[in-house]
Design a protein around this ligand. Structure first.
Ligand SMILES: Nc1ncnc2c1ncn2[C@@H]1O[C@H](COP(=O)(O)OP(=O)(O)O)[C@@H](O)[C@H]1O
Ligand SMILES: [Mg+2]
Length: 359
């Protein structure tokens, strides 16, 4: 079948992988569109690598089918799939120059010399290593080695590139820089990237869409904004940043907290009367002054003030055992002397739409 814009670049159709009596991946359904930067995000052991390996053909699913560009490739070996993989370990050949590392696959396929030179040149330019082509991988920094590994995978012009935590070994500053670069490269080449990470910031920063995985299943799939602003479950809310989860019981448009007051959440058709739920309000959605009509406004005691440069975080105790994190930007207009100190009783509040009810 010919791949058209409507045909997903990758489809996982009810895919499971079972080892002995436990599932590494369980009944995953995913469509990844052509040209997308798509991330599989979740804690260690949730099944990200196994999912990626099933797309690449390195692991056979126990159930379900893998489709690439509309074609069922479940039974095909890795080299018969139009897919390349960048591993975290880079797996470069240390005795070969950068250029020869990148050319390696093309030479083996018998591509002619002029064509190889042209494509390797293109790749060196893409990853900004044009001046370094004769150097050996051992003399490169971690970030440069990562770029060589990327160039070596992209030079084959795969329909899909699989990347398994490719930035995990880099220090934070370099990782942030590579995140931006990798995203730019992906846009430039237009190849579908399936990117595995356990780092929620990384997934939010880089992806067009994210699948959040937990215990072998996809809990939610959507744009970074979808999964952050509208988490579908307690797990997604707590995995994606600080979420101020508060346990309580839903009744008549309000949640009566196990410890603390009743919070007004509006009527929910999807939540039964008397159901145990969690309420979540993101730290940056909580106001400390200038409240508007219609807001939920509460009182609490400042337990901690944590200054971290551009932001200050307050830990506010709403009730015994219920402490909320509140984030304020230290903008030019915010006056340092107005910051709260420990022990003070303060008012804080949020707009009703920022108070999420999760089960
Ligand atoms: N070859 C294997 N044999 C047995 N169990 C495995 C194997 N590979 C992975 N698993 C198990 O499957 C689960 C998911 O692993 P993995 O896909 O590597 O997770 P992640 O990449 O999200 O950290 C883990 O519990 C892991 O121990
Ligand atoms: Mg893994």
């Amino acid at each position: 079948m010919e791949a058209t814009p409507a045909t997903p670049a990758v489809r996982l159709d009810g895919v499971s992988k079972r080892y002995a009596d436990s599932y590494a991946v369980r009944d995953v359904h995913l469509d990844i569109e052509a040209g997308e930067f798509f991330s599989l995000l979740g804690p260690s052991g949730c099944g990200k690598t196994t999912s990626l390996r099933m797309i690449g053909g390195f692991t056979d699913p126990t159930e379900g089918a893998v489709l690439l560009g509309g074609e069922d490739v479940t039974a095909l070996p890795p080299n018969k799939r139009n897919v390349n993989t960048v591993f975290q370990s880079y797996a470069l050949f240390d005795h070969l120059s950068i250029a020869d590392n990148i050319a390696f696959g093309l030479k083996r396929k018998g591509v002619d010399k002029a064509e190889i030179r042209r494509r390797v040149g293109e790749m060196l330019e893409l990853v900004q290593l044009s001046g370094q082509s004769r150097r050996k991988p051992g003399t490169l920094s971690g970030g440069q080695r990562q770029r060589v590994a990327l160039a070596r995978a992209l030079v084959n012009r795969p329909a899909v590139l699989l990347l398994d935590e490719p930035l995990a070994a880099l220090d934070l500053k370099l990782r942030r820089q590579m995140q931006v670069e990798l995203k730019q490269i992906q846009r430039e080449v237009g190849i579908t990237f399936v990117f595995v990470t356990h780092d929620q910031d990384e997934a939010l920063t880089m992806s067009d869409r994210v699948a959040v995985m937990n215990e072998g299943r996809v809990e939610q799939c959507g744009t970074p904004e979808d999964v952050y602003e509208h988490p579908a479950s307690r797990f997604v809310a707590s995995f994606m940043g600080t979420s101020n989860l508060m346990a309580g019981t839903y009744r008549d448009g309000a949640v009566l907290l196990d410890e603390g007051p009743a919070l007004s959440v509006g009527h929910r058709d999807d939540v039964g009367e008397g159901t145990s739920v969690s309420v979540s309000v993101r730290p940056e959605k909580i106001w400390l002054s200038d409240f508007e009509p219609g807001m939920e406004v509460l009182r609490g005691v400042i337990r901690e003030t944590v200054y971290s440069g551009p932001t200050t975080t307050y830990l506010i105790e709403l009730a015994p055992g219920v402490t909320l994190s509140v984030l304020e930007q230290n903008t030019a207009r915010a006056r340092m002397e107005d910051r709260w100190i420990g022990g003070e009783t303060v008012e804080f509040g949020w707009r009703p739409e920022h108070c999420l009810v999760l089960s």
